[in-house]
Design a protein. Structure first.
Length: 746
C-alpha cells in the first residue's frame, strides 16, 4: 500500500505521524522471562514538560525468541485486533542481553542526552539512540568480528497512519474531510477514524536483492514490486498467489571469496500485509498492515541457508514425507471421464510399458458433481471402492483422493453442518454461501473444534477404506467480510490463517491413523508454518512453455519462504498439452522434489501423446527412483537444516554474484544442477559456476565433463536429455535395483 506522493509529500487522505525520538527506555522481562527492551518513541521531540501534552507515541518492544533473531513490536493503541496468531517455536535457552546507556547531558542547559539502548542476541543486535533523534539499526557480527549494518529504520520510516477519507469527522464537529486534522485535534474535536495503519520501512543496501513472500509468479528478484499478502485462487499467471508468506530474504552477494550479508524479515500478522519492495521508496522495503500494532522479526545468519533454516525452525520446522511420495503420482485428471475401468486400464498400461508408478490419485469426480464434498464415492463410476483400493494396494500403489473444505448445498452433509453451526457464518448467523465452484458452497469453520472432529470423522472412514493420503485443494476463497467465525477471529486475519487450520486438521488425522512417518498431504494453499504439513504443489498452470517457466519461478520463490518441498502439475493443468511440451515438462517434473501428472480436460498418460513420451517418462521416472540413495538423505538433511530440497542457485553459490538472478535452473540438493528446457527446439541456455561439472544424463557424443570459469552455455538436447550436472567434489549415487521409490528403505 502506498501512502506517499513521491519522495517528499504524503498523499492527502493520510495523516502520518512518525517517532521523533525515544523518550524513555527500560529493561523488562518478556513472556518467556528473558530480558527485553521497552521504549517509548514520541511523535515530536520533548524539549520541556509542556511538550508531553497532545502528542502520541509508539510503544516499541524488542525481544529475542532465538539466537540471531530479534522481534520488534510497534504499538500505537493497545487493543486486541482478534486476528489469529501464527504459532512460533522459540528457543527457551536463548540469552539476549539488553543494555541502556543514558549518555551524558550536553551541558547547554537543555538536558539533551546522547545515549543508546541495545538488545543483542547471538551475533545480531538492535540499537536505538536515546533522546537524540530516532533510528532503529540492526547489526551483525561475523565470525571474524567484523560488525556490519544489515538494515535500519530511518527517521520517518516507522509510522502511525490515519486514513481520513470523506466522513472521517463526526457530523457537526467541523466540515468533514475538509477539516485540518491537526487543527481539529488541537481543538479537542472528536474524530472517527475510518482506518488506521502501522508502517515500517527498512533500508536495503546497494546490490541487495530481495526474494520470497511466498509463491510468486512475478520476477524472482522482488525489487521494484508491490506484494499483497492475501491468499487467492488466481492461477499461476498473475500477481495473485495461493501461498502467501509475509517473509522476505535479503541478500547482498559475496564476491571474490568474501561473504555477503544475509537476513530475513518476517512480518508476524495473519491479516493482509502489504509490501512495497524498493517501489514506493526505492531505497527501502516498506511493509504495512491495518490496525494499531505491527510486529516483525529480523532473522540474521552467516548465509542465506542459515537465515532460511532459522526462519523455518521459528515457524515450526519441516516434516519429512515418506519415501514413496518421491516417486511418480498419476492422476485421473479433473473433468475427464473416469471410472474403475479407466483407472485399471491406466495402471495396466503403465505396468505393460514398464513405467514405474508409486501413487494413483483420484480427482474431484470420485464424488458426484454438485455434492462436493460429501466424502462418498460415486457408485455409478465406482461400485466397489473398497475392493478397488485393495486391488490398487495389491499393485503396490498408494492411493490419494481429492478433497476440499467446502460443503455444497446438495451434499447430504450440508443440513447437518448448518444446523450444528459447523460453517463460517454471516454476521446474522446464517451460513456464508455462494455459487462459485459448487452451488451453495458453505465453508467448514475449522476454528470450531466440533466442526474439525466432524470433518475428520469422514476422512477417518476413507482411511479405513484404504485411502493413504489426501490432496487438500482450495482453502483460498475464504470470506473476509460479513463473516463470523466460531472463535471470534477477525475475518481479515482468519482468511489467510484458514489454510493452516484446514491442512492441519487433515494432516492430524493422517498422523493419528498412519503414524507421523507415513502422513502426507498434497496441498495447494499455505501460510506461515505450513511446512509442517508437506507436500505443496503449484496450482493451476497453463500448458505452455511460458507457464512452465512461471511455475518454476513461483516454486523457487515459495521454497525460499521457509518451505522444504514442492511439486507442480506436469504438462500444465489447463488446456491440452502438445507432445513436445509434455516431454520437456516431464523431465522438469521428475527432477523436482515431488512429481505428479495432472490435467484438467486431458488425460496425462504418456502414450496418448506419442511413443517417445513413453520413453521419456520411463527414463526419467527410473532415474529419479535410482537417485533415491542421493535424494532421500538430501531430503532428510533439508528438514534437519530447515532449507529447501529444490533450491535456487545462489543458496549453493553465495560468492558467485551471477547466480543471484537465475530462476530458470536450480540445484536439487547440494550436488545436482538441473536446467529445464523451455522450447520445442531443445535449446538449453544455462549458467555453470566455476568448476568441473560431470553430466548425469546426456545425448550421445556430448562430452561427459564440462569445465567452467563461471560462464553461460548453450546446447541442443533431444527429448531424452537435458543439462543435468553433478557438482565438482560431489557424488550422486544411483541404485538400479530399485523399482519404485517405495522400495527405498534408507
Amino acid at each position: 500500500m502506498k501512502f506517499t506522493d513521491g519522495y517528499w509529500l504524503n498523499r492527502e487522505q493520510y495523516v502520518i505521524e512518525n517517532p521523533a525520538e525515544v523518550y524513555e527506555a527500560n529493561i523488562v522481562k518478556d513472556e518467556a522471562g528473558h530480558d527485553s527492551l521497552l521504549a517509548y518513541a514520541t511523535y515530536r521531540k520533548i524539549i520541556e514538560r509542556g511538550n508531553t501534552l497532545n502528542v502520541g507515541n509508539t510503544t516499541l518492544r524488542a525481544y529475542s525468541p532465538m539466537e540471531d533473531v530479534i522481534g520488534i513490536r510497534l504499538t500505537h493503541f493497545d487493543v486486541n485486533d482478534k486476528n489469529p496468531r501464527y504459532e512460533l517455536y522459540p528457543d527457551q535457552a536463548v540469552n539476549p542481553e539488553v543494555t541502556i546507556d543514558e549518555g551524558e547531558v550536553d551541558g547547554q542547559g537543555a538536558g539533551v542526552r546522547t545515549g543508546k539502548a541495545t538488545l543483542r542476541s547471538g551475533s545480531l543486535s538492535a540499537s536505538l539512540p536515546l533522546h537524540g533523534g530516532f533510528r532503529l539499526a540492526f547489526h551483525y557480527t561475523d565470525a571474524e568480528g567484523n560488525v556490519n549494518e544489515l538494515t535500519a529504520s530511518e527517521h520517518a520510516a516507522q509510522a502511525s497512519i490515519d486514513d481520513l477519507t470523506a466522513g472521517a469527522m463526526y457530523p457537526g464537529s467541523v466540515s468533514g474531510a475538509q477539516a485540518n486534522y491537526g487543527d481539529a485535534r488541537q481543538a479537542g474535536l472528536h474524530l472517527r477514524r475510518s482506518k488506521h495503519f502501522m508502517r515500517e520501512m527498512l533500508n536495503i543496501d546497494v546490490d541487495t536483492k530481495i526474494y520470497g513472500t511466498g509463491e510468486r509468479f512475478t520476477p524472482f528478484v522482488k525489487n521494484g514490486q508491490t506484494v499483497d499478502i492475501i491468499n487467492k485462487d488466481g492461477g499461476t499467471g498473475s500477481e495473485q498467489s495461493y501461498k502467501n508468506i509475509p517473509f522476505y530474504l535479503a541478500c547482498k552477494p559475496g564476491i571474490n571469496g568474501k561473504d555477503g550479508l544475509y537476513y530475513g524479515v518476517f512480518v508476524n500478522h495473519s491479516q493482509p500485509v502489504s509490501f512495497e519492495i524498493a517501489s514506493e521508496n526505492v531505497h527501502r522495503v516498506q511493509f504495512s498492515t491495518e490496525g494499531e500494532h505491527l510486529e516483525y522479526y529480523i532473522v540474521a545468519g552467516k548465509s542465506a541457508k542459515d537465515v532460511l533454516g532459522k526462519f523455518n525452525k521459528l515457524t515450526g520446522g519441516g516434516t519429512l514425507p515418506p519415501a514413496w511420495t518421491f516417486g511418480l503420482w498419476l492422476s485421473t485428471s479433473f473433468t475427464t471421464d473416469y471410472s474403475e475401468e479407466t483407472v485399471m486400464k491406466f495402471i495396466d498400461r503403465m505396468e505393460e510399458r514398464e513405467l514405474p508408478l508409486d501413487v494413483f490419485h483420484f480427482d474431484c469426480f470420485w464424488m458426484k458433481g454438485f455434492e462436493w464434498s460429501n466424502f462418498e464415492w460415486d457408485q455409478d463410476a465406482f461400485p466397489d471402492p473398497k475392493g478397488l483400493l485393495s486391488r490398487l494396494h495389491d499393485r503396490n500403489l498408494k492411493v490419494c483422493i481429492w478433497i476440499n473444505p467446502y460443503i455444497a448445498q446438495k451434499s447430504p452433509l450440508f443440513k447437518e453442518g448448518a444446523e450444528k453451526g459447523y460453517f463460517i457464518q454471516h454476521e446474522d448467523g446464517t451460513p456464508w454461501q455462494w455459487d462459485l465452484w459448487q452451488a451453495g458452497n458453505a465453508y467448514v469453520d475449522f476454528t470450531n473444534p466440533d466442526a474439525v472432529a466432524w470433518y475428520q470423522g469422514y476422512l477417518d472412514r476413507l482411511l479405513d477404506m484404504g485411502v493413504d493420503c489426501f490432496k487438500t485443494d482450495f482453502g483460498e476463497r475464504i470470506p473476509m467480510y460479513d463473516a463470523k467465525f466460531h472463535d471470534g477471529s477477525n475475518p481479515q486475519g482468519a482468511h489467510n490463517f484458514y489454510t493452516h487450520l484446514y491442512n492441519q486438521a487433515v494432516y492430524d488425522v493422517l498422523k493419528k491413523k498412519k503414524g507421523e512417518s507415513e502422513a502426507v498431504v498434497f496441498a495447494r494453499s499455505a501460510t506461515v508454518g505450513g511446512q509442517q504439513f508437506p507436500v505443496h504443489w503449484g496450482g493451476d498452470n497453463v500448458s505452455s512453455y511460458t507457464s512452465m517457466a512461471d511455475t518454476l519461478r513461483g516454486g523457487l520463490s515459495f521454497l525460499v519462504s521457509g518451505f522444504n518441498f514442492w511439486s507442480h502439475d506436469i504438462g500444465g493443468f489447463e488446456e491440452s498439452t502438445p507432445a513436445d511440451l509434455y516431454k520437456r515438462w516431464t523431465q522438469f517434473g521428475l527432477l523436482s522434489s515431488h512429481s505428479r501428472y495432472h490435467g484438467n480436460i486431458q488425460y496425462r498418460v504418456p502414450w496418448l501423446f506419442d511413443e517417445e513420451a513413453v520413453e521419456v517418462t520411463r527414463k526419467f521416472t527410473k532415474l529419479k527412483i535410482q537417485m533415491m540413495p542421493y535424494l532421500y538423505p538430501q531430503a532428510e538433511k533439508a528438514v534437519q537444516e530447515g532449507i529447501p530440497l529444490m533450491r535456487p542457485m545462489f543458496l549453493e553459490f553465495p560468492n558467485d554474484p551471477n547466480t543471484y538472478t537465475l530462476d530458470l535452473q536450480y540445484m536439487l540438493g547440494d550436488s545436482l544442477l538441473v536446467a529445464p528446457i523451455f522450447n520445442k527446439e531443445g535449446v538449453a541456455r544455462f549458467y555453470l559456476p566455476k568448476g568441473t561439472w560431470t553430466r548425469l544424463v546426456s545425448d550421445a557424443g556430448m562430452e561427459q565433463t564440462v569445465e567452467s570459469s563461471g560462464e553461460w552455455f548453450e546446447e541442443t538436447h533431444s527429448f531424452l536429455s537435458l543439462p543435468l550436472f553433478v557438482r565438482e567434489g560431489h557424488e550422486v549415487k544411483l541404485d538400479k535395483t530399485l523399482k519404485r521409490a517405495a522400495d527405498f528403505k534408507g
